[in-house]
Design a protein around this ligand. Sequence first.
Ligand code: TEU
Ligand code: CA
Length: 564
Amino acid sequence: MERKWWHDKVAYQIYPKSFMDSNGDGIGDLKGIISKLDYLKELGVDIVWLSPIYQSPLADEGYDISDYYAIDPRFGTMEDMEELIAEAKKRDMTILMDLVVNHCSDEHEWFRKACEDPDGKYGGFFYLRDKDPEGKLPTNWRSYFGGPCWEELPGTDKLYMHVFHKKQPDLNWENPALREEVYKNIRWWMEKGIGGFRIDAIINIKKPAVLHDYPADRDDGLSSVNNMLAEAEGIGEFLGEMRDKAFAPYDAFTVGEVFNEKEEDLPLFIGDGGYFSTMFDFSSELYGRSDKGWFDTKRIDIDAYRGCMFGAHEKIGDIGFYSTIIENHDEPRGASRYLTPEMRTEAGKKALATVYFLRRGLPFIYQGQEIGMENKEIRTVEELDDISSIDAYQVAIRAGISKERALETLTFFSRDNARTPMQWSGAEHAGFTAGDPWLLENANYKRINVEEQLKRDDSVLAYYKKLIALRKDPAYKETLVYGDFVPVKDCAHNVIAYFRKTDEQTILVAANFGSDSIAISLPADEKISFSETKTLLTNGEDARIEDGVLRLSGQQAAVVLLGR
Ligand code: TEU
Ligand code: CA
């Protein structure tokens, strides 16, 4: 595998609307982000991905863009953006924009012009079909956010396709003129000095050659978009062209949000010279999903998480570098998803951080993860902002689930969990805003916040700093960044353990999520000796290895350098 500048870096995702509000309007903004760059630098972050800040009606919180060349005034101005890029650069950090080009907003000029003249140039930018006199839709696909994928094109006798919300019309990638517009925009942003892009929902850009129905999978008569994705072929032509015309000339760093890829496509996506630099490993986010809806999702536990993690490494091998996460703006908080209430202590959160962070791959930290932010309790459907949560609630109710259980599902899965304001301090509204926050903060901010954790050497935040420093330590970097990922296959219940190995060095990463202490027998290897070991990092006492047996106390994680 070819080595790249970003392999030994650490990335951080900012959800701008909820990160830091500089002017008291309750909405996070670019000036707020600039004011926190030193905090991120201190933490050890190199790459900062901003969820969308382009001009947008915010129907899907910015993932519905009405002008790809403008900053939404709620987030600031283009001057603020230029300042952010420059200030990041000064600190040796780089900014990633979010590339949302499967769809735009129905308030984008292209869409307005398509409504005015569906047969003209901009009609060709979208998927338009004539309305059927009997009202039959062109396909029975169910959009990700509920309801059919087709909607009336205002003022016309046509319909347009949207696989997400109706305010997110799909762009027609079959049209070379549309593709050129996308590449032009990418180059324009690269010229501004950003480092690259996180690429949104990209697998959806390729539709099957003939659009048709699939067997209904719920009693709404509709079928999941996944069926059409499975049939669609040839996405590589678009992605290869985008790489060659837009990313490669700038050596842009790109991370794909790729679900539903075909396994044989992995080398093409992120192998040497692939379409993207890297893509997220979503195996544990996809775990337990049900066609029926969120309410039917099987919840993950530590043993299942270990299975996902080991499976992903087996799949990727030495092909490329995954990006690793435990949460993002679409997912529950990692501490709430993977840890049971008993495990959800500072020790448990540090253990979780240890095992995901030292995998082979580029670690991303989602804002607030570094202090162990948790899901919030959702008491009523009215308090929800997220459009997909509102749909998930209705789906559950229609399936005959009780209100209580439906709300409990949302408390677990709602995207709002990740979108509550960043908890900077114990001051009102968690120090996020001097006004009223657009989404209410988590009630636990007095207990969990940055200010408090900065004061303590044993905080989750302090531990993240140590983890980052360890991964960058010249003495261990070669192993922790490039070393093989060798799973300890027969891990006990609630234990995750693996080795990172090069010819010269072996490092053991192990965590016991259970509350009782445990003895882990390590597989013998002629190259390593368990007699001379050194604990590089732990959330507890130094880890003891005797006769090839590692002892960890309850909720203890340890990173141990093994002798030779
Ligand atoms: O997410 C893609 C997405 O929402 C998922 O529906 C995904 O396709 C599915 O889980 C695969 O099974 C991105 C953004 O991260 C999200 O915030 C946006 O709402 C969405 O795209 C639309 O832009
Ligand atoms: Ca603001």
